[in-house]
Design a protein around this ligand. Structure first.
Ligand SMILES: *[C@@H]1O[C@H](CO)[C@@H](O)[C@H](O)[C@H]1NC(C)=O
Ligand SMILES: *[C@@H]1O[C@H](CO)[C@@H](O)[C@H](O)[C@H]1NC(C)=O
Ligand SMILES: *[C@@H]1O[C@H](CO)[C@@H](O)[C@H](O)[C@H]1NC(C)=O
Length: 626
C-alpha cells in the first residue's frame, strides 16, 4: 500500500519531467567583462531564482575570488573575510565555486559579508541551469527571505578565465546587465502568474500567498489603467492511463484522471485531497474568466486574497460553500462561474483546464513551466525573489522606453478601493461603520476600532463590538428600550458575553425583549394575601389588611414582624431544622468513626513499635528505619 503510493507519485512526476525536460529554458542576463583588456567580452549567465535582480537595469562591479571558503558554504566572518567595498569604489561581485551546499546559502553568506552580487562558477562543463530555491527546508526559509543581492551562474570555462586573471593580480571589472532580460516591444505588458490555491504546501506556498497579497494593489492599478494584461494560470498533472481507476488517482484527480494535483498533506486517507485543490484551482480560473468577461479582470486578485484569508485549509473552510460566500461578496456571477467549471465527474475534457495544460508547454523562446510559482513577463520567465518591488521592476522593464506608467517611476500605488461596493467588506450603514481599509496593498477587510472599542469578526460578513465599553457603541448590537422614565438594556458590558434580556424581560436580547407578565405567569406575588399588578419590566405587589409585602421573600408578613404568615416560611423552618439535625448527626458519626479508626491504627502500630500512650500517631514517615 505504502509502496504503491510512492510508485504512483514517482510515476506522475516522471511523466511530467519526461514531458518537459527538453524545453527547459534558462532565463539569462548578460555579463560583460570590461577589464582587463585581454578577457573583454560578453558572456551568458543564468539569473538565480532568489535575491533581487535589477530588471531593466545594470550593475557594475569588481570581482573578488576569496582565498578561503571558496564554495561559500560557511560564514565568511569565520575566516575574517569582508567584501564591503570602500566608499567610492565599485561594488564587490564575489566569485564562488559550485558545490557542497545550497546556492542560496552561498549567496546569503556572501551578502552577509558585504557582497553586492554573487557569481557562481559551475564545476562541470554543461549548459547553464537555473539556481533554484531549496524546497521546504525550514532552516533556509529563514534567510531566503532576506537575500536581496542578485546572483548568477556562469559556465565553468568562463569561471576559470576570471579566476586566472584575478590570481594574476589583475583587477577584473564586470557589468551585469538585465536590460534585455525582458523583451519590451510596446506599451502594454502581458504577464502571467503560474500559481496554486493550495495553502498548506510549506515555504513556497507561504511565499506565494504573501506575494499575491502584497502585489494586489499594484497589479490592480496596472490592470485598471490598461497598462498590463494579466492572466493567472494553474498547473495540473494527468494520471497515467494505467492508474486512472486506482483509489489514489480518484482522490487526486477530476474528470477521470485528466486533471490532478498532489495531495496537500501527502496523505491520501485524511484531510483534503488533490482533487479538492484541482477544483479550487478551476474555480479561480473561472472567477478570472467571468470577471474578464465583465471587463473587471482585476477582481481575480480580490477573490484569491479573500479566499486565502476566509477559507484556509487549517480551519477546514477550503470548500465550495466558503468560496461561494467570497464570490457573492465581490458581486461576481456565481452561476456563470459554475457553468464555466462544468462537471468534474464527466469522462471528458474540461476546456478550461485543457487550455492550461497546453499552455504549460513552452513554444519558441518560451520555456516550459515547471517551477511553481512562476511569473512570466512578455513570454520570459521571471527569475528572482517573488516580492512586490522586484516583480514591479521586472514588469516595468517590459514597457517600451518612455511608455511606462507612473507607478513604474514613482513606485507609489494608490487608489481607494473601499469606495466601490465597500470593497466587499462588512459594513453597518446605520451606524456608519465599515471594515474596509484602504492600504498600499489594496483593500483589506478588518473589523474596525471605534472610540476605543474593538470590533471582532471575519471582517467580511460580520463584525461586532467586543470587550469593555462595547455597550457604548450602538448598545453593543443589543436590544434597549425605555418607557415611563425607565430604561433597560440587554447589553451586559462585561466580557464578551452576548446580549441577554434584563430581569423582568424575555426574548433573544438582540432584536427584542418582551416584558414578562409576572402576575399572569405566576412568577411572583402568589400568596393568598397578595394582589399583583404587572408593570413594564417589573410588577407591583400589595398585601391585604395591614400586612407588609417583603419583596425578597415574595411574602406578606404582619407589621410586628413576628408572625410568619406564608406557607413558604413554615416550609423553610422545617427544612432548616432537618438540615441542622442531619448535620449534627453527621458530625457525631464522623467523630466516632475517627476515634474508632484512631484506636484501630494504634492497635496495628502497637504490634510493630512501642507506643507512648501520649504519642501522636504519625501521619507520614520521612525516614526508613529498618
Ligand atoms: C531577516 O530579516 C528580518 C527583518 O529584517 C530579521 O528580523 C530576521 O532576523 C532576518 N533573518 C535572518 C536569518 O537573518
Ligand atoms: C480577457 O479579456 C480580453 C479582452 O476582453 C481578451 O483579449 C483575453 O483573451 C481574455 N482572457 C482570457 C483568459 O479569457
Ligand atoms: C461616515 O464616516 C466617515 C469617516 O468616518 C465620514 O467621512 C462620512 O462622512 C460618514 N458618513 C455619514 C453618512 O455620516
Amino acid at each position: 500500500m505504502e509502496l504503491r503510493r510512492f510508485l504512483l507519485v514517482g510515476f506522475v512526476l516522471l511523466s511530467v519531467i519526461g514531458n518537459c525536460y527538453a524545453r527547459f529554458v534558462v532565463e539569462k542576463n548578460s555579463l560583460m567583462v570590461t577589464s582587463p583588456e585581454k578577457i573583454k567580452g560578453t558572456h551568458d549567465s543564468a539569473i538565480g531564482n532568489f535575491g533581487i535582480p535589477q530588471y531593466g537595469g545594470s550593475m557594475a562591479g569588481a570581482v573578488i575570488y576569496p582565498k578561503e571558503n571558496r564554495k561559500g558554504c560557511k560564514g565568511f566572518d569565520e575566516f575574517g573575510i569582508s567584501f564591503q567595498s570602500k566608499p567610492g569604489a565599485l561594488p564587490t561581485f564575489v566569485l564562488l565555486d559550485r558545490g557542497d551546499c545550497f546556492f542560496a546559502l552561498k549567496v546569503w553568506n556572501a551578502q552577509k559579508a558585504g557582497a553586492s552580487a554573487v557569481l557562481v562558477a559551475d564545476d562541470i562543463e554543461e549548459a547553464l541551469i537555473t539556481m533554484d530555491t531549496p524546497e521546504e527546508d525550514t532552516s533556509s526559509a529563514k534567510y531566503l527571505e532576506n537575500i536581496t543581492i542578485p546572483s548568477a551562474l556562469i559556465e565553468k570555462t568562463f569561471g576559470e578565465t576570471l579566476k586566472k586573471a584575478i590570481s594574476g593580480g589583475e583587477m577584473v571589472n564586470v557589468n551585469l546587465d538585465w536590460r534585455e532580460a525582458v523583451p519590451h516591444p510596446d506599451d502594454r505588458v502581458e504577464y502571467e502568474l503560474w500559481t496554486n490555491s493550495n495553502d498548506e504546501c510549506g515555504v513556497k506556498c507561504d511565499m506565494l500567498m504573501e506575494f499575491v497579497k502584497d502585489f494586489k494593489g499594484a497589479a490592480q492599478i496596472l490592470e485598471k489603467g490598461g497598462y498590463t494584461q494579466f492572466t493567472p494560470h494553474y498547473i495540473t498533472w494527468y494520471c497515467p492511463q494505467a492508474f486512472t481507476l486506482s483509489r489514489q488517482c480518484k482522490s487526486q484527480c477530476i474528470n477521470h484522471g485528466r486533471y490532478c494535483a498532489p495531495d496537500p498533506e501527502q496523505d491520501f486517507s485524511s484531510g483534503y485531497d488533490g482533487k479538492d485543490v484541482v477544483l479550487e484551482n478551476l474555480r479561480q480560473l473561472c472567477v478570472f474568466r467571468v470577471a474578464n468577461e465583465t471587463n473587471k479582470p482585476w477582481l481575480w486578485w480580490d477573490y484569491v486574497t479573500d479566499f486565502q484569508i476566509r477559507c484556509p485549509m487549517k480551519e477546514k473552510k477550503y470548500n465550495k460553500e466558503c468560496a461561494d460566500d467570497v464570490i457573492k461578496s465581490l458581486g461576481l456571477d456565481g452561476k456563470n462561474i459554475e457553468k464555466c467549471m462544468g462537471d468534474p465527474y464527466a469522462d471528458a475534457d474540461n476546456p478550461v483546464l485543457k487550455e492550461e495544460q497546453d499552455a504549460q508547454v513552452g513554444k519558441g523562446s518560451r520555456g516550459d513551466v515547471t517551477i511553481l510559482p512562476t511569473l512570466v513577463v512578455n513570454n520570459r520567465q521571471y527569475r528572482g525573489k517573488l516580492a512586490k518591488g522586484a516583480v514591479l521592476k521586472a514588469i516595468c522593464s517590459g514597457f517600451e522606453e518612455t511608455t511606462e506608467p507612473a507607478v513604474c517611476l514613482s513606485g507609489d500605488v494608490e487608489t481607494n478601493e473601499c469606495l466601490e461596493n465597500n470593497g466587499g467588506c462588512w459594513q453597518d450603514k446605520i451606524a456608519n461603520l465599515t471594515a474596509c481599509k484602504d492600504t498600499f496593498r489594496g483593500r483589506v477587510c478588518e473589523c474596525p476600532l471605534v472610540d476605543g472599542v474593538q470590533f471582532r469578526g471575519d471582517g467580511y460578513s460580520h463584525c461586532e463590538a467586543s470587550g469593555p465599553g462595547r455597550c457604548k457603541i450602538n448598545n453593543g448590537g443589543c436590544w434597549h428600550g425605555s418607557r415611563d422614565g425607565h430604561a433597560y438594556s440587554a447589553c451586559l458590558g462585561i466580557g464578551d458575553s452576548k446580549c441577554q434580556c434584563p430581569p423582568g424581560f424575555k426574548g433573544d436580547g438582540v432584536k427584542s425583549c418582551e416584558d414578562v407578565d409576572e402576575c399572569n405567569e405566576k412568577k411572583a406575588c402568589q400568596c393568598p394575601e397578595c394582589s399583583c399588578k404587572n408593570t413594564w419590566g417589573s410588577y407591583e405587589c400589595t398585601c391585604s389588611g395591614d400586612l407588609l409585602y417583603i419583596r425578597d421573600h415574595d411574602t406578606c408578613i404582619s407589621k410586628s414582624g413576628t408572625e410568619v404568615r406564608s406557607a413558604w416560611a413554615a416550609v423553610w423552618v422545617i427544612v432548616i431544622g432537618l438540615a441542622m439535625a442531619a448535620g449534627g448527626a453527621y458530625l457525631v458519626y464522623k467523630y466516632r468513626l475517627r476515634s474508632y479508626m484512631d484506636s484501630e491504627i494504634r492497635a496495628i502500630m502497637a504490634q510493630y513499635m512501642p507506643l507512648d500512650s501520649q504519642a501522636e500517631v504519625p501521619n507520614h514517615v520521612s525516614e526508613d528505619r529498618a
